[in-house]
Ligand binder design. Structure first.
Ligand SMILES: Cc1cc2nc3c(=O)[nH]c(=O)nc-3n(C[C@H](O)[C@H](O)[C@H](O)COP(=O)(O)OP(=O)(O)OC[C@H]3O[C@@H](n4cnc5c(N)ncnc54)[C@H](O)[C@@H]3O)c2cc1C
Length: 395
């Protein structure tokens, strides 16, 4: 087989798309990278990168990887210390540890800071929403909402949980499943003394709890815009509970009131912090959606998926970002082998897709973990207690 110059169209400049583009760029493989957003989304959260960090290092330019500390919520946190602190699950009724998992190195990153950091050195074409795809001979064409189009050898849909590329590949089978939990994800600040207290008592990476009333609550740091001014520090809560009332079902806007009504019997640090929330704290409507991959026809290796587009899961075992990097790594390896003439495009992408679908077993594992957080008495049988934050077997 002879060398094959390739052009890869990457749809979506989230974690998966940005890392794929860097990996291709590093190996001198031509790419275009598109994202529908022209301004960052107003939602942010943290990701615990653990087992995928060595893969990320191989994909990124050395300077971006060595400076990745700037993406941390607290840039002063040492990643080895973070690994020792690990991930803490408490009993929400006592505040005492219930389970803990450590990892040699943990890099907790803020997703918005990470997207900004990783966009450096790439030509990201923002404000272009993919609408459609067509395959013509050996080539594949992407069509965007501004009337433009682009032709390449491969399209990879890294366009998130509601992926348009996935819909093109699978039609109705691409639809996500909505999980039956009330879900809130919102950021807040606190007066300086309270912010300092929260920061001193919480686990710096992941501090979450399961409560005997079958409820999950996680307290996290999102950012320290001024390390010396605790009143500027931004925290966030993730909260889920079983939908039980009509208000939960309709997700009525009185979310803070509904959250506070669920807090009886909770211990600190969660109890006090929920009490201290400003009455006008913004809690937007949200839903937990997942998608378990099922094989697709990749048109002889011309259209495929990565990251949340390929397997969207809940955050309850903290695996989605790590898997997005693993997909990116595997995809870049395959494209490199095709471009060197070592393997045919259809064989390489078939193998890539098989790996993606296998990694998708994490969707069911994370779903089981979500259920376990809402099933206090059986929590000790949960995937987290058995596997910690290690990848599932096939990864
Ligand atoms: C609250 C929360 C906590 C989490 N915690 C963790 C954790 O601790 N550990 C972990 O590993 N993971 C975690 N995750 C998961 C992790 O954030 C995701 O798995 C990861 O960010 C997915 O990246 P992605 O690039 O696949 O998708 P996205 O980040 O969703 O990026 C998709 C991109 O595609 C663009 N796009 C969408 N449609 C189109 C279109 N039609 N045309 C062009 N562009 C388009 C979007 O604008 C977006 O920029 C968490 C997720 C959430 C929500």
């Amino acid at each position: 087989m002879s060398e094959k110059p390739l052009h890869v169209i990457v749809v979506g400049a989230g974690l998966a798309g940005l890392v794929i583009a860097h990996g291709l760029n590093k190996r001198n493989i031509s790419y275009s990278l598109y994202d529908r957003e022209s301004t960052p989304r107003d939602r942010s959260w943290g990701i615990t990168l653990s087992w995928a960090l060595p893969l990320l290092e191989q994909l990124l330019p050395a300077d971006l990887f060595s400076e990745i500390k700037v993406c941390q919520p607290d840039p002063t946190l040492d990643s080895k210390d973070a690994g020792k602190a690990g991930i803490l699950i408490r009993d929400g009724s006592t505040g005492l540890p219930k389970a803990q998992a450590t990892f040699p190195v943990i890099r907790r990153v803020n997703i918005q800071k990470t997207k900004k950091h990783l966009a450096q050195g790439l030509d990201v074409q923002y404000g272009k929403k993919l609408l459609d795809i067509s395959v013509e001979g050996d080539m594949v064409i992407a069509y965007f909402d501004d009337g433009s189009k682009e032709t390449g050898n491969v399209i990879i849909g890294a366009d998130g949980g509601n992926s348009q590329v996935r819909k093109w590949l699978l039609g109705d089978a691409a639809a996500q499943e909505v999980l039956p939990y009330a879900f809130m994800n919102f950021a807040f600040s606190l007066p300086a003394d309270k912010a300092k207290w929260a920061d001193s008592v919480m686990n710096p990476n992941v501090d979450v709890a399961t409560h005997p009333k079958n409820m999950y609550l996680g307290l996290f740091l999102l950012d320290k815009p001024d390390i010396n001014k605790p009143e500027t520090w931004i925290f966030y809560f993730l909260v889920t509970w079983n939908i039980e009332t009509k208000e939960d079902e309709e997700n009525t806007p009185n979310r803070l009131e509904r959250l506070r009504a669920h807090m009886d019997g909770w211990a600190d640090p969660y109890k006090s912090i929920v009490e201290w929330l400003a009455d006008d704290v913004v809690i937007k409507p949200d839903q937990l959606r997942i998608w378990q991959p099922t094989p697709w026809d990749n048109k002889e290796g011309k259209v495929t998926l990565a990251g949340d587009a390929a397997h969207s899961m809940t955050f309850h075992r903290g695996q989605g970002g790590n898997l997005a990097i693993k997909d990116a790594f595997e995809f870049v390896q395959k494209i490199t082998a095709i471009s060197k003439g070592e393997v045919s495009q259809s064989d390489a992408l078939e193998e890539y897709d098989k790996g993606v679908v296998l990694r998708g077993e994490e969707v069911a594992i994370s779903k089981a973990q979500a259920a376990a957080f809402h099933d206090y008495v059986n929590f000790d049988n949960s995937p987290f207690v058995k596997m910690g934050i290690k990848p599932a077997g096939s990864t």
